[in-house]
Ligand binder design. Structure first.
Ligand SMILES: [Zn+2]
Length: 418
């Protein structure tokens, strides 16, 4: 999305006088477009940037030399006009994505263009400690590296945390469900893996993935709400930008108040959305054993088919949908998004009770922000969190491709010959 907004401002504007700055800006714009569109033709690049064909050819050539894009055969799908060479993100440019949660540590390599290469979900019997996460990630990463071709490059590690992260130094300020407080996980992983590490809240990472690749790709006002083992997090894109707030903590949508006198929340308040609408309640209602919780969606939908067993579960879902709608009404009134994307276990509430949520959100005769807001489901699984974590690591590369790789030329991210 960075790339797209940059492209919009690029055409017909003053590109600046400094040739290096202009070149860096243009390289960044082209790489951002190739990345977010996971492949683009030269003609599309020319149109999107307003740059001429020879400039685009030179920029693409430089990105190819840096190992970030590959030029492929002509675009076969093109029906008319001159055929154009397709430019794809290089599959060898990778980020390591990590998402620790209360019952598992998820690790994956993600290539430029947002493709998950080889996800690993390492189950834990209890919430992992910070040293345990470092050990698990180091072991998985060591295994992954040995099987990668030597020309591959891992540009960094993106860390999606179910909690509050200091935007300046990456310290995990608080991850209540993991029992972490003031933990230097970012620095410890960077030391252990010799990679740059950038951390953010998991739902914020998910929102970035949705905005770049997912349902929100062409939407500039989006609310992403993610329900995980550790509660409900959110990310807000407004006017095409991720809302950060004064100190980087904006988007704590899980703490939207939904019920007076409600359940106590770990934030010190009560009746928060994440205290009332929980994955644990659904897991208990279908009796899913630990270690099989990723099958929760199927398990819930299956049990609802069985009339005799479903009454209690149906009541829980109706209640959760009602309270989610209360929270969403506040969120929509505050932010006026055109699209709400629901990920994680929140998908289940929509699939188990189709239309109930949108009906509750849009009572008859509703005008204003709630009138036309659409609700979509993020793809099943933890993918948008991992893809979003990788986005954190790719951001400095896309911002200044040549400069970033130049600063890494000690070979830190380069995979050594096996
Ligand atoms: Zn709360």
């Amino acid at each position: 999305m960075e790339g797209k907004s940059a492209a919009r401002t690029l055409a017909g504007t003053n590109l600046g006088n400094n040739r290096d700055t202009t070149r860096q800006h243009n390289l960044s714009t082209v790489l951002g477009l190739v990345h977010s569109m996971a492949g683009v033709s030269r003609a599309q690049l020319t149109r999107a940037t307003g740059l001429n064909r020879s400039t685009i050819a030179a920029l693409v050539g430089e990105l190819a030399q840096l190992g970030l894009v590959v030029e492929s055969d002509l675009d076969q799908a093109q029906q008319h006009g001159r055929p154009s060479i397709m430019i794809q993100p290089s599959p060898g440019a990778l980020a390591l994505a990590v998402n620790p949660d209360i019952d598992a540590v998820s690790v994956a390599l993600v290539s430029l263009g947002g493709q998950i290469v080889n996800p690993v979900r390492f189950h834990t019997v209890r919430p992992p400690s910070v040293p345990e996460v470092v050990n698990i990630v180091t072991a998985i990463y060591t295994g992954m590296r040995t099987s990668l071709p030597s020309r591959n490059r891992i540009v960094g590690l993106g860390l999606a945390i179910p909690g509050l992260v200091d935007p300046l130094d990456g310290t995990v300020i608080e991850a209540p469900h993991l029992g972490w407080r003031d933990q230097p996980l970012t620095a410890l992983l960077s030391d252990a893996l010799k990679l740059p590490v950038i951390a953010a809240n998991d739902a914020v990472a998910g929102a970035r993935a949705q905005a770049t690749f997912g349902a929100g790709r062409d939407v500039s006002d989006l609310v992403y709400l993610y329900g995980g083992a550790s509660g409900i997090g959110g990310g807000v894109i407004s006017g095409g930008r991720l809302i950060r707030g004064a100190t980087g903590f904006a988007g704590q949508l899980g703490h939207t108040h939904v019920r007076t006198g409600g359940a106590e929340c770990n934030c010190g308040s009560s009746g928060c959305l994440e205290a009332e609408v929980t994955r644990e309640e659904l897991i208990a209602a279908v009796g899913l054993p630990a270690g099989e919780t990723e099958n929760l969606e199927d398990a819930v939908l299956e049990k609802l088919q069985d009339d005799s067993a479903s009454e209690e579960l149906r009541a829980i879902i109706d209640r959760q949908v009602r309270l989610l709608a209360v929270g969403l009404k506040s969120i929509v009134n505050l932010l006026n998004p055109s699209l709400i994307v629901l990920g994680g276990f929140l998908r289940i509430l929509v699939r188990a009770a189709p239309d109930a949520l949108s009906d509750a959100l849009r009572s008859p005769g509703t005008r204003g922000p709630r009138e036309n807001v659409a609700i979509e489901l993020a793809p099943l699984g933890e993918d948008s969190i991992l893809v979003g974590a990788a986005e954190l690591a790719f951001e400095p590369l896309i911002r200044d491709p040549a400069g970033f790789l130049g600063s890494q030329d000690d070979g830190g991210g380069q995979v050594p010959p096996a």
